[in-house]
Structure formats: C-alpha cells, structure tokens
Ligand binder design. Structure first.
Ligand code: TXA
Ligand code: MG
Length: 322
C-alpha cells in the first residue's frame, strides 16, 4: 500500500511503521519516542534486538537534545556533510531509549537530505528511527518497488523515487575524540579524510547478530546485503562455460559475450562509480529475481565508492550459516 506524505505523518503519529525514502536506501521508520512502534520495526525486519537503530532528524538543532556531547571532529563532519549520507555515533542523552541503541551508551544519528524525508521530518514532532527497509541480512531497497517486493503488504510505503545515492550512509564513531570509520557508505573515506585532515581508521562495526562489543574481528565478515541466489565476488576465470548452470552476472561497464544479456546487469557503461553505486542494489534485486542457479559480481575499482561497493558485495557473497 502506498501512502501520501500527510498520511505517512498521521500513520507515524499513530504509532505505525512506514517505509520511507531517503537519499541512501529506503528506511523502515517509526516514532523514536514510541517503544511499541520501535519494537514493531524489529518484528517486521526479523532483526535481532541486539542490533541498534539509526535515529533520523530534520535539522542540526534537533540533534543536540539527543546527545550528551559532540566531539569537535563530529561538529566538523556534521557541518560539512549534513544533511546527507553521514551517520555519527555519539554519546546518547536520556531521551534515547536503550531499545534504540541495543543497550549501548552511544546513539547513531543522521540528517537525511532527501527532500520528501526532510518534509516529513518537518511535519512530525519526533525523531524517526529507521533501519534499511529489507528483511534482516537481505538486499537493501533503493526503490519503493523493492520494499513492496520484500515486505509485501505488511507496511505502507511512501514513494520518493529511486534513491539518489543507492548505498547506505557512512557511519563514523569516536574513540577518545578521534573519528573512526564504523561502516563504509555513500561518503567515501577519501572525502571524510579531506574534511578531517587525516585518514580515518576503519573499525568495522558489527552489523550482526550478537552486537555486544560493537567490533568484528578482522577478516571475519557476516552475511549481509545478500540475494537469495548464491553469489560470488569476482568473475569465474577461466570461464569454463556454464556447465549446465544458469548464471547471472553483475558487471561494471560491459556485458560478457558468453552469457545472455538478459542475465546480466551492467552498472555503468561510462565507468562512473557514483552511477554504479546508485544501481548496485537494483542490479542485485534484478538478478536475484531471475531465479538463476548462481550469480557472479565483478569486483569494482578499489577506491572511493568502488571500495564501498566491493565491501557490500563481499558481505553479500558470504554463504548462509549452515
Ligand atoms: O543510509 C542508512 O544509514 C539507512 C537509511 C535508512 O538511513 N539506514 C541503515 O540502517 O542502513 P541499518 O539499520 O540497516 O544499519 C544501521 C547500522 C548497523 O550496522 C548498526 O549496527 C549501526 O548502524 N548502528 C546503529 N546504531 C549504532 C550505535 N549506537 N553504535 C554503533 N553502531 C550503530
Ligand atoms: Mg541494513
């Protein structure tokens, strides 16, 4: 079911969960001050309650009551990138429930830039908590149709068109006041480093199942962003023919002559990483919908948004736990 902007605001005020657009991916939103509504998000997503949620507000002034403090580095990044696809993890105030942060002392906050989301946040009088609007572990939605396909009739959807960025927000936390990259995302680390004046170390946050320490041991990836069809990162070389398998290919710039074009999704013929990022999840949704035996994704150039996409594909390629 699709809803209008005003209907969306009314549903949220009534404690309902609504899928909303943002410039990164669609979110599954609820009133952050309504514990039942927040709980409902976890149920719909089948998400473990140990996995904390991002809080979305419309303006910088609305961040202050939600946080206990803001390091200078955070202020600098906020001034530069908000509204936009940056999430800052900051010490929470008592206004933020333990349910939202999964018991952590810090809250993840961002100010989305999507005009419709901005309008919505201007109408409702509370922060919106919203994870990506996909079943836990699966491909993030970048269109309203993706949400409808994955969550069915369960949730009303505010259609804001195809997401302009197509990858989740970049998450930055602080340790002893020093910025740390917790999740690669729409703002590449090169751009962060430019604003901060130094490279930001990558300490990947645990997206996953226990969510206790917030850290993941190096080299271990959890399955995430995953299609239902098995996926491998990297093209099979040498190509031995399909051996009876029907394969789908996610390609950067060109098709492969060996595989039917309809079983391939080319991200950006011009080799534009931002354009490719916008289409990455749409490509995975498309290929997953074909019901093929196996998918292969070409590795992207390992810098800027290319590195972010390689991160997503590596996690999507982690086989399901036995
Ligand atoms: O672009 C985005 O960030 C989208 C849109 C809807 O805003 N949201 C999104 O939410 O990607 P989700 O729930 O799919 O991913 C949120 C990530 C998770 O990896 C979670 O562990 C991390 O943010 N996170 C949330 N709160 C945190 C906290 N208090 N401390 C550390 N990490 C946190
Ligand atoms: Mg997600």
């Amino acid at each position: 079911m699709y809803t209008s902007l005003w209907q969306t605001a009314r549903l949220l005020e009534a404690g309902k969960v609504v899928a909303i657009p943002t410039e990164t991916v669609y979110g599954l939103a609820a009133n952050g001050y309504d514990g039942d509504a927040v709980g409902h998000i976890f149920d719909i997503k089948q998400r473990p309650r140990t996995s904390p949620l991002i809080v979305h507000v419309g303006r910088q002034e609305e961040v202050e009551p939600l946080v206990a403090s803001m390091p200078a580095g955070a202020q600098k990044l906020a001034a530069h990138f908000w509204p936009g696809p940056l999430t800052l993890v900051l010490p929470k105030s008592s206004l933020v429930s333990d349910e939202i942060t999964a018991g952590r002392a810090c809250v993840a906050i961002r100010i989305p830039a999507h005009p419709l989301t901005q309008e919505l946040l201007g109408i409702v009088r509370f922060p919106l908590v919203a994870p990506s609007a996909n079943p836990f572990g699966h491909i993030s939605p970048t269109t309203a149709a993706h949400v409808a396909a994955q969550l069915g009739e369960e949730v009303p959807i505010l259609d804001g068109g195809a997401a302009e960025r197509g990858l989740e927000s970049t998450i930055v936390g602080f340790e002893q006041g020093r910025p740390q990259l917790y999740r690669r995302g729409s703002i590449p680390e090169e751009a962060l480093a430019q604003v901060v004046g130094a490279p930001i170390p990558y300490r990947q946050s645990k997206e996953g199942k226990e969510g206790r320490g917030g850290q993941l041991s190096p080299g271990r990836l959890e399955r995430h962003y995953a299609p239902r069809t098995s996926l491998q990162l990297g093209m099979p070389r040498p190509w031995k023919g399909a051996a009876g398998q029907r394969v789908g290919l996610l390609r950067y710039r060109t098709h492969w002559a060996e595989v039917p074009a309809a079983h391939q999704f080319v991200l950006s013929p011009e080799g534009n990483l931002a354009a490719a990022a916008r289409r990455l999840f749409a490509g995975l949704h498309y290929l997953d919908g074909l019901g093929l035996d196996a998918l292969y994704a070409e590795r992207l150039p390992d810098h800027g948004l290319g590195r972010v996409m390689n991160d997503r594909l590596a996690r999507a390629a982690v086989p399901p736990a036995a």
